[in-house]
Design a protein around this ligand. Sequence first.
Ligand code: WT7
Length: 638
Amino acid sequence: MAVTKSPQEGKLSGEVFYPSPEVVAQANVKDPEAARKEANENLESYWARRANELEWFQKWDKVLDESNKPFYKWFVGGKTNIVLNAIDRHVKTWRRNKLAFIWEGEKGEVRTMSYHALAREVCKFANVLKSMGVTKGDRVTIYMPRILETVVAMLATAKIGAVHSVVYGGFSVEALHGRIEDSESKVIITADGGNMNGKIVELKKIVDEALRRTAAPENVVVIKHTGKEVNMEPGRDFWYHELMTLPLTRNNQRCETEVMDAEDPLYILYTSGTTGKPKAVVHTHGGYQVGVYSTFKDVFDIKEEDRWWCTADPGWVTGHSYIVYAPLIAGATSIIYEGAPTYPYPDRWWGIIEKYGVSVLYTTPTAIRGLMRFGSAWPNRHDLSSLRLLGSVGEPINPEAWRWFHKYIGKERCPIMDTWWQTETGMFMIAPMPADPLKPGSGTRPYPGVEVDVVNEEGKSVKAGEEGFLVLKKPWPAMLRTIYKDPDRYVSTYWSKYPGMYLAGDSARKDEDGYFWIIGRVDDVIKVSGYRLGTAELESALVSHASVAEAAVIGLPHEIKGIAIHAYVILKAGIEGNEKLAEELKQHMSHEVGPIAKPEKIEFVATLPKTRSGKIMRRVLKARAQGMSEGDLTTLEE
Ligand code: WT7
């Protein structure tokens, strides 16, 4: 790393990478410290300034309403629609001719979409949804591969004021069924399949199976993408391309953007919690657009000329915030790649960066570790000189992966923005800006206006260097507003342990320079390859197999995935545990929850450690598996 002069130089401890003068000179935020200070001094005026960078049908009366904590409200009285900022305002300017998306399929097909074309598609599809009776507030489930129609479907839903519920295309039957049922969606949007690793993921087949387990929604819209033959239920299932060329939509390329209250829901997104019951967080139009836009602009320093590539799937919050909404609001050009990073060779991503001249790349530690193992010869075959900034998200990045990413992809030129946030937070909470000094493995400092702390069991701040619970002490505009249909759970999950503080569910440390280091989840959530899965959801999927009586899952360290699932299974009487059954259970998990939920290892056991009240003591299983002391086991029954 080119060590350069920086005002903080020599003042920070540990391994520090200072930004080069070129990076600072062109940064959107040249003095991150001043921005943090501005927001600390007056949170509301800071966010009002950022909100004023966007368009509103009508400006707010009050920036933040704290009268009914923890049900905070932002931009109260404001009227907007995120689509007004993501599309409508751009097509009135030269940006109508700018590419919103460059898409590449796994087989190498390329499609591009300008802001103008995106606007047309969204209007047409919005009219299709309206023709199916979808109105303001109705839910629409989107279960799709990584294609442009996913984005069109989300925006069309938002445009008419309906609420999207995107279910990750890597989830399978039971996970999808639970999410469709809980959301009471009127329409499901899916595809005849997705391409992944040279194979077709049969999404429509999974939808059919999920719908057999639930009261069917009124309509299913199917995008023809892979060409694979699928079952079409007459009167229920419709082809997207046919709907989009019906006289109704062909002649109707206009659709008014619904005027929404700032606090009206934009989407729900299911995420794993500590119980098996589906839990969807609710995000809104007003505050969310301000939060994702400003974090994107400042942290990823987006410029008009950039080509932004977030490798996530639109089905996760990363995709919602930083593939769909923030980049569009910022008027950026995004790359979307449908397939696997190693298909057909482990240089697919590096080839994409070279081909499209990607300038900012945002990805995950798992992906970096996975590609790193193939060696630097693969990235070295490509010209990666278009890159100027890198990003990481989803799980702690180990310093070894950080250094490899920095050296072989960023060529020691590109700062790495390690962004800590959650489905619930909607936007980055702890993240550097390019002008900040970096420490490999740390998300650095809070974003302006965000107050982060590490506290002990009693809620008192711990000393620098000590581990504790990560909490957020001030509201932020993109925060979740509630849990869908379950406000009590919103309060009890996030706001009850420490009054006035949001409990993130992570353990962390803050060092003497105020840099935050995330250690991992402290609840019953496992981060597999950065994907969030709940132990309860996984265990209930195991128990749904005819041979299984009881099950417990834990996460154990894994070289590439970060954490991998280990399952302990008690079989029903008379059933013998063997290799074949273990394999069958892995397949069962893949079929019910999704391939990411496939356990690394299944162990058949006779008993499970439990408390007197019958709660499985996962920490005992974990300690045993890692050959560590089992700690205080006095509450153990067996
Ligand atoms: C959990 C949230 C945020 C979008 C994707 C994940 C972990 C997230 C980081 C990071 C260390 C991280 C935390 C957090 N996490 N980003 N940069 N460093 N850990 O969203 O699925 O809601 O998961 O992911 O454990 O609580 P999510």
